[in-house]
Design a protein around this ligand. Structure first.
Ligand code: NAP
Length: 292
């Protein structure tokens, strides 16, 4: 065995099993809330157009809602929907007391101002963690909802007892829903965070120093096994055609201490966090109403 590889192969971080456990807890909380208040948690799903991948994602989320005892109310809008119409729909759902969480499936069409649409979601119903208010609250450690994939990644790290304080974390990718927020969550846990992106010079040099790598790029196997520091924790959020992640899994396996598989790592945790946050939103709204 080369001195640059770990002596034992990495342990897999099983997102499917963890998501199942989180899902069971969420279902129990939803049932208890329904019993106590007479109202089931409700997630509104909003889809603009009929992009096949988006249709599939929304269907998966609604199926998981049904299994957890969460009502989902689907709003299907035509592809030609304008920003103003979408903002009005999201504003109405934000005002509707029977809706506790709102998910706008994205990306929306290019003719729509996605940021304006996200901002029409009331922060207390932003269970997908997409508003500026949610990002700020998360970054400042204030109450609010986190972006679901980053939230799922943190749950995975915690489930495998990864101590982040003082560790060097390298996040590859800086999107608003994934790279940026996961970096903020790692920072809040006292990791020393470096963001890498398409303009980063010498990505390999950054990766070789990383105790924790989060890959959030969308480029198959961009991150080579030989760039993984022996003993590192590798989180692969990438999901590319053919069930391929952003990390060269076979190459990283012999060097990492812990690694997420693709599929079955980060992916299942995203929906688990969405459902958990929907129930938390419903608890807050229904209990506040009962207290009045
Ligand atoms: P995105 O918005 O396209 O962002 C990709 C990021 O990667 C950008 O910040 C980009 O840098 C960076 N990048 C591109 N090429 C690079 C390179 N050669 N070297 C270093 N950085 C590079 O993507 P996203 O929405 O964050 O998604 C990323 C991946 O995660 C995709 O595979 C997606 O399918 C997956 N994903 C999975 C889940 C889940 O539930 N598992 C959820 C969301 C996303 P610039 O900013 O400089 O352009």
């Amino acid at each position: 065995m080369s001195p640059t590889t770990s002596t034992v192969p990495a342990q897999l971080m099983d997102g499917t099993a963890l998501a199942r456990r989180v899902g069971e807890e969420t279902a129990a909380r939803a049932a208890e809330l329904t019993r106590r208040t007479g109202a089931a948690p409700c997630l509104a799903t909003v889809l603009v157009g009929e992009d096949p991948a988006s249709v599939t994602y929304v269907r998966m989320k609604r199926n998981r809602c049904a299994k957890a005892g969460i009502v989902s109310r689907h709003v299907a809008l035509p592809a030609a929907t304008t920003t103003e119409e979408l903002v009005a729909t999201l504003g109405a759902l934000s005002e509707d007391p029977t809706v506790h969480g709102i998910l706008l499936q994205h990306p929306v069409g290019e003719h729509i101002d996605e940021r304006a649409a996200f901002e029409a979601i009331a922060p207390h119903k932003d269970v997908d963690g997409v508003t500026l208010s949610s990002f700020a609250a998360m970054s400042f450690g204030r109450p609010g909802f986190v972006s679901c994939t980053p939230g799922g990644i943190m749950r995975l790290l915690d489930a495998y007892d990864v101590d982040l304080a003082g560790k060097r974390a390298v996040v590859v990718g800086r999107s608003a829903i994934l790279g940026k927020p996961v970096g903020m969550l790692l920072l809040a846990r006292d990791a020393t965070v470096t963001y890498c992106h398409s303009r980063t010079a010498d990505l390999s040099a950054h990766l070789r120093e990383a105790d924790v790598v989060v890959a959030a790029v969308g480029r198959p196997e961009l991150i080579r096994g030989e760039d993984i520091k022996p003993g590192a924790v590798v989180i692969d959020a990438g999901y590319n055609p053919g069930n391929v992640g952003d990390v060269d899994f076979d190459g990283a396996l012999s060097r990492a201490r812990l690694i997420t598989p693709v599929p079955g790592g980060v992916g299942p945790m995203t929906i688990a966090v969405l459902l958990e946050q929907t129930v938390a939103a419903a608890e807050r709204q229904l209990e506040a109403r009962a207290a009045r």
